[in-house]
Design a protein around this ligand. Structure first.
Ligand SMILES: *Cc1c(COP(=O)(O)O)cnc(C)c1O
Length: 384
């Protein structure tokens, strides 16, 4: 069902005879006459000037909107292009945002540093506690920013509970659903207004493009589109085309990654060299019940804490033969990082530990390699 829709959601959008979608590598489009010119310059029309829209990007946006159960959407040059533009589109000087203690670093920067420069304040709360969101709401709160699951410990946010709360206060909600993917989680089913993805990750899925997506009602997307025309973080058509190719296999890849994620998490939880495993699919995850209510699969991201700390982490990564030592996630190849090493030169140890980034913490992002091969490799790298 899902993959069938993935392949057919954009049927009829492109009239050419090719089986593969056309790449509209064009900045501008020819108006037939003045009446047609009025049509193609309408908001979100995709055949006038590519900063305002592009047929290849529109096609990708339609496939994503179909997956998410949303009305429409648009594609950006990167996940951050989508997120920054969305946040800015709904606030002005004097407004307030509620966000989470843990977010993708770019969202944290927006909330803590960028928006305050323009008179927009933000309160970041413990996402695992609905009442913390409630307490943070002020009369001038315009937006609640959600992200679930989130780095580093794969905490979840109760989307239904927070969205009910937001609705009762007339506050808009947006959710970065990158880690979950549209296969494992549909935030709109729980009341989220705007769904954001870094398409760079699972949607693209092949480590070769940067893109971002927004899905929402037509009225909300138009408002974001309106600002995007000015900020110009529009996707390159070629990247949208690559992402369109990538997304056709999203379900196949994510189902494999779910299988590997769960098997790896179970394997690690039993392993004597592992202190603790963080994975929403394990009963030991403090929000496992919520994960089962809100997600249909638990993903390929597994975080775990090695006994032996920092040096054990370095040694483990060095011994891995399949997963590559690289940032990012969601592509066909498994990637592994040690968060303390990523942030080590920018933050003090106590700050890291407060965020749950212990020295021996490892983030393993499964690719689509064979599950047993990946587990055998992790096993040999952990040592006897
Ligand atoms: C990577 C990522 C982003 C940013 O996406 P880019 O495409 O790199 O700009 C935002 N949110 C999450 C959860 C991410 O993993």
């Amino acid at each position: 069902m899902l993959t069938t829709n993935l392949l057919h959601a954009d049927d009829g959008l492109d009239d050419g005879p090719s089986v593969s979608p056309s790449l509209h590598q064009s900045v501008n489009y020819i108006a037939r006459d003045v009446k047609h010119l009025a049509e193609i310059t309408a908001p979100m029309a995709s055949e006038y000037y590519t900063r305002r829209g592009n047929p290849t990007s529109a096609r990708l946006a339609k496939v994503i909107a179909d997956l998410e159960g949303g009305e429409t959407g648009m594609i950006f040059a990167s996940g951050m292009g989508a997120i920054a533009t969305t946040l800015m589109a709904f606030v002005q000087n004097g407004d307030h945002i509620v966000g989470q203690q843990s977010h993708y670093i770019g969202i944290t920067e927006m909330l803590d540093k960028v928006l305050p420069r323009y008179g927009v304040t933000a309160t970041r709360v413990d996402q695992t506690r609905v009442e913390a969101f409630e307490r943070a709401i002020q009369p001038n709160t315009k937006l609640i920013v959600l992200e679930t699951p989130v780095n580093p410990l794969l905490h979840l946010t109760d989307l239904r509970a927070v969205c009910d709360l937001a609705k009762s206060h007339g506050i808009l909600t947006c959710c970065d659903s990158t880690f979950a993917t549209s296969v494992n989680q549909r935030p709109m089913d729980f009341g989220v207004d705007i769904v954001l993805h870094s398409a760079t990750k699972y949607i693209g899925g092949h480590h070769d493009l940067l893109a971002g997506s927004v899905t929402a009602s037509r009225a909300l997307v138009e408002r974001i589109w309106d600002l995007s025309v000015t900020t110009g973080a529009t996707a390159a058509p070629f990247n949208a085309w690559l992402a369109l190719r990538g997304i056709r296999t999203l379900e196949l890849r994510v189902l494999r990654q779910n299988e590997t994620g769960l098997a790896l998490a179970r394997f690690l939880e039993e392993h004597p060299r592992v202190e603790r495993v963080f994975y929403p699919g394990l009963p030991s995850h403090p929000q496992h019940e919520l994960a089962r209510r809100q997600m249909s699969g638990f993903g390929g991201l597994v975080t775990f804490d090695l006994k032996g700390g920092y040096s054990a982490g370095l040694a483990f990564i060095e011994k891995l033969r399949l997963a590559v030592y690289a940032t990012s996630l969601g592509g066909v190849s498994s990637t592994v990082v040690q968060p303390a090493a990523l942030f080590g030169n920018r933050l003090h140890d106590d700050v890291l530990v407060k965020q749950g980034i212990t020295p021996g913490l490892i983030r393993f992002a499964a690719g689509i390699e064979n599950t047993d091969d990946l587990i055998a490799d992790v096993g040999q790298a952990l040592g006897p």
